[in-house]
Design a protein around this ligand. Structure first.
Ligand code: AMP
Ligand code: MG
Length: 321
């Protein structure tokens, strides 16, 4: 069975095509703001302009015809409404034209399922770290439960915002990672509240310190502090659930230092770390195609194709585990 998945929650317009658990194509184009953060309407305009080209390229890469597609899936949330609407509209059009089901798919669950598929993790505690989202997730009793999450910004946005203030170009995460290699430790606030984390105060403090401290040191310390908070909460979720696997997924999973820190924690606890490969770490169509097809095969409903900007990971009943 072939599924075409469309991702359009934020900066990325992506189309993935999967045949059962084989990824045939994963094509995307990323909107980069000229200045500042993502402007939702400009990002949506980008998605609208590029949609046809990306769908066409994905079909070519997969070496299939549009008529071969059995089910269409799209990111229905969480995300920026103008961007979500473009993906939903393209998906509805394709499904109507082909007279096939159109599966609204949760973006975060897409990150988990592509991570599991690519790494072979079976029942992990997932550390999902991306631009807009930061969550520690584990499956219990019918749902992917959120054990801890950010109370304000996603870790990726924190790094992108800090980088912007420091005059670095978007996306900031990879630039901060490179600069951090030559940095030394400076104290920044460390904010873990129960199982949740909060980054906004750390970000403010790091931006203030740009006036007095070296950029390399701030990059290093921002990474060490924020990542340590994520490791602490992931470790507690692991202890609480008694699971033996940790899955690292989302755009920030590309960061080697985060991977190394998580690996140390896993080794100390006798758990195994699975990190999603770089190509599938950031937002992409394949994550939606994979998750949408699993849902479809499990008989999930596909009539309601409305977007849901606040759709939470733990709102979704998982019929397939
Ligand atoms: P996503 O929203 O899942 O597409 O992830 C995008 C986010 O990943 C952006 O905020 C990037 O700055 C961040 N990112 C990408 N590569 C890295 C990296 N090597 N280190 C830290 N953050 C990264
Ligand atoms: Mg994402």
């Amino acid at each position: 069975m072939i599924c075409l998945g469309i991702e359009s929650t934020a900066h990325t317009f992506g189309v993935g095509i999967v045949e059962d658990d084989k990824v045939l194509a994963n094509v995307k184009d990323v909107y980069v703001p000229k200045k500042g953060g993502i402007h939702p309407r400009e990002a949506a305009d980008h998605h609208y302009d590029i949609a046809k080209e990306i769908v066409t390229k994905a079909l070519e890469t997969a070496k299939i015809k549009l008529e071969d597609v059995d089910v269409v899936a799209f990111s229905a949330g969480p995300g920026l409404p103008p961007c979500l609407k473009i993906g939903a509209t393209v998906a509805r059009y394709l499904a109507l034209r082909l007279n096939i089901p159109c599966m609204p798919t949760n973006h975060c669950i897409g990150h988990i399922e592509i991570g599991k598929l690519m790494t072979g993790a079976k029942d992990p505690v997932t550390l999902y770290v991306s631009g807009g989202n930061t969550q520690v997730i584990a499956f219990t009793e019918g749902r992917y439960r959120v054990f801890g999450e950010t109370q304000d910004q996603g870790i990726g946005n924190v790094m992108d915002h800090f980088a912007r203030e420091a005059g670095l170009q978007h996306p900031g995460g990879p630039k901060i990672e490179a600069l951090a290699k030559n940095g030394k430790w400076i104290e920044l606030p460390y904010v873990v509240k129960g199982m949740d984390v909060s980054f906004s105060g750390i970000l403010t403090n790091a931006i203030q310190k740009l006036k007095t401290e070296k950029l390399e040191d701030l990059c290093y310390s921002l990474q060490e502090t924020c990542f340590a908070m994520l490791i602490e909460t992931s470790e507690r979720a692991l202890a609480h659930t008694d699971k033996t696997e940790v899955l690292l997924t989302g755009g920030v999973a590309a960061n080697s230092r985060l991977k190394d820190m998580l690996d140390i924690m896993c080794k100390e606890r006798g758990a195994k770390l699975f990190a999603v490969p770089r190509e599938f770490a950031g937002d992409c169509g394949a994550q939606i195609a994979v998750a949408g097809l699993i849902m479809h095969k499990a008989g999930a409903k596909s009539e309601d194709t409305k977007i849901n900007r606040f759709w939470r990971t733990d709102d979704v009943e998982i019929p397939y585990i």
